[in-house]
Design a protein around this ligand. Structure first.
Ligand SMILES: *Cc1c(COP(=O)(O)O)cnc(C)c1O
Length: 386
C-alpha cells in the first residue's frame, strides 16, 4: 500500500482512551465491571428520555438479544431492508424466524414503508428499520404500521449514533428496542461492542439475564445478605454477550467526544456536498433540518448519475489508483448466496436497491481526515468523472 493511501474509515482514539484502558488493565478488573456500568449510565444519560442502556460485545449480539426478548420464535416473520449488513437478517435466523426483505426508498435509501405494508402476513411479528448511513427512517410511518398491525419494532441503529428524527434522538422513540454498534468503523468505537437501549422493564430484565448465560441476578440478589457469594441461579440457556471493561474504557471517552466527532463529520459531509454538486452524482439525502432531522454521517454515499458512462467498479478502481479507499454499502442481501437461495429472491423484486447498488460508492469520511485529504478525493472524482 502506498504511504499516502487514504483509507475509507479510521477510528479516532486519543490518549484519554489509552489511559483509561491502561487503568482497566492495572485495576485487575478486565471483564464487565465498574467501567461498563459507568459507560452504560453515561450512554443512557446522553440519550435521556428515561432510557436504560445495556452494553454488549457487538451490535449483532444486541440485535439477537432484542429479538429473543420480544419473543421471536421459529416460523415468525420479521420485515427488514435488503440494503443492510447481513447481521440485521442473520439474527432473525438465529431464532429460526424468517427475514422478509423489502426494497428501499430511492431518495433516502432507507426501507420503503409502503413496501412494508405489502409483505405483512399473519406470521409477521416485527419490523427492523435500519437507519442507513445515519439518516433516520420514516419512523412516524414505521410506528404507525406497527401499531396498526400489532407488530414490535427493533431498530438497527448501528449507523445512527447520534441521529435525530424530528428533533428526537434515535434510541428515544416509541419503539421496543434500539441497538447501536461500536465496531471499528462506526461513529464511535470500543474495538468491538454495541449498546442496547430500551425502556420496558420486562424487556430490559430479559436482555440482561440472557446477556450473561441466563443467570438471574434477581434470584441472586433476593438473598444477598444470606446467600453465599458463590450462589447463582440459571433460568434459561443464555448467551455470552457481555462487554469487557477494557472495551468500555474506550467507550467512556469516545462518548465524551461524540458531539465533536459529529461536528467534524458534518463539516466534511457538507463540504463534499458543496464541492461535488457540479458533478454527475446523486448526493446523499440529509433529512429535513427544518423538521429537526440530524444525520450522524456515519457514511457518505454518492451514486453515479444516469449520464455517467464509466461504471461504478471502474470509478472505484480509478480512485484506488490515486490512493483513495472507498467501499460499497451494501451488496444487497437479496444478492448474497445464502439469502438469495434460501428465500428464492430475485433482483427483479428490488429495482430501487439494484439501481442504488450498481451506482453507489462510500467516500472516505472520518474525523481524522484533513481538509487536504478531502480535497484529494474531490479532485480525483472531478478528474475521473469529467
Ligand atoms: C456494523 C453493523 C451491524 C453489526 O454491528 P457489530 O457491532 O459489528 O455487530 C449491524 N447492522 C448494521 C447496519 C451495521 O452496519
Amino acid at each position: 500500500m502506498r504511504p499516502d493511501f487514504l483509507p475509507f474509515a479510521l477510528p479516532d482514539i486519543g490518549e484519554e482512551e489509552i489511559e483509561e484502558v491502561c487503568d482497566a488493565l492495572r485495576s485487575g478488573w478486565v471483564t464487565t465491571g465498574p467501567k461498563t456500568k459507568k459507560f452504560e449510565e453515561e450512554f443512557a444519560s446522553y440519550l435521556g428520555s428515561g432510557v436504560e442502556a445495556i452494553a454488549v460485545n457487538s451490535a449483532t449480539a444486541g440485535l439477537h438479544l432484542a429479538l429473543e426478548a420480544i419473543g421471536i420464535r421459529p416460523g415468525d416473520e420479521v420485515i427488514t431492508t435488503t440494503l443492510t449488513f447481513t447481521a440485521t437478517a442473520e439474527v432473525i435466523r438465529y431464532l429460526g424466524a424468517h427475514p422478509v426483505l423489502v426494497d428501499i426508498d430511492p431518495h433516502s435509501l432507507n426501507i420503503d414503508v409502503e413496501a412494508i405494508r405489502r409483505v405483512i402476513t399473519p406470521r409477521t411479528r416485527a419490523i427492523m428499520p435500519v437507519h442507513y448511513a445515519g439518516l433516520a427512517c420514516d419512523m412516524d410511518q414505521v410506528i404507525a404500521i406497527a401499531e396498526e398491525y400489532g407488530l414490535r419494532i427493533v431498530e438497527d441503529a448501528a449507523h445512527a449514533f447520534p441521529t435525530r428524527y424530528k428533533g428526537r434522538l434515535i434510541g428515544t422513540l416509541e419503539t421496543d428496542v434500539t441497538i447501536f454498534s461500536f465496531y471499528a468503523n462506526k461513529t464511535m468505537t470500543t474495538g468491538e461492542g454495541g449498546m442496547i437501549v430500551a425502556r420496558d422493564p420486562a424487556l430490559i430484565k430479559r436482555m440482561k439475564v440472557m446477556r450473561l448465560h441466563g443467570i438471574s441476578r434477581d434470584a441472586f440478589d433476593r438473598f444477598t445478605s444470606r446467600t453465599p457469594a458463590w450462589y447463582y441461579e440459571v433460568i434459561a440457556p443464555g448467551f455470552k454477550y457481555n462487554l469487557t471493561d477494557i472495551a468500555s474504557a474506550l467507550g467512556i471517552h469516545q462518548l465524551r467526544k461524540i458531539d465533536r466527532f459529529l461536528e467534524r463529520r458534518r463539516e466534511l459531509a457538507y463540504r463534499y456536498s458543496e464541492r461535488l454538486a457540479t458533478l454527475p452524482l446523486v448526493l446523499p439525502a440529509t433529512g429535513s433540518e427544518v423538521a429537526g432531522d440530524n444525520h450522524s454521517w456515519h457514511l457518505y454515499v454518492v451514486r453515479l448519475g444516469s449520464g455517467v458512462t464509466i461504471g461504478r467498479d471502474r470509478v472505484i478502481e480509478e480512485l484506488s489508483k490515486r490512493g483513495i479507499g472507498t467501499s460499497v454499502h451494501y451488496i444487497p442481501l437479496h444478492r448474497q448466496p445464502y439469502w438469495r437461495d434460501t428465500y428464492n429472491l430475485s433482483e427483479a423484486n428490488y429495482p430501487i436497491a439494484e439501481e442504488a447498488y450498481q451506482t453507489m460508492i462510500s467516500l472516505p469520511l472520518y474525523t481524522k481526515m484533513s481538509n487536504v485529504d478531502q480535497e484529494r478525493v474531490i479532485a480525483a472524482l472531478k478528474d475521473i468523472l469529467s
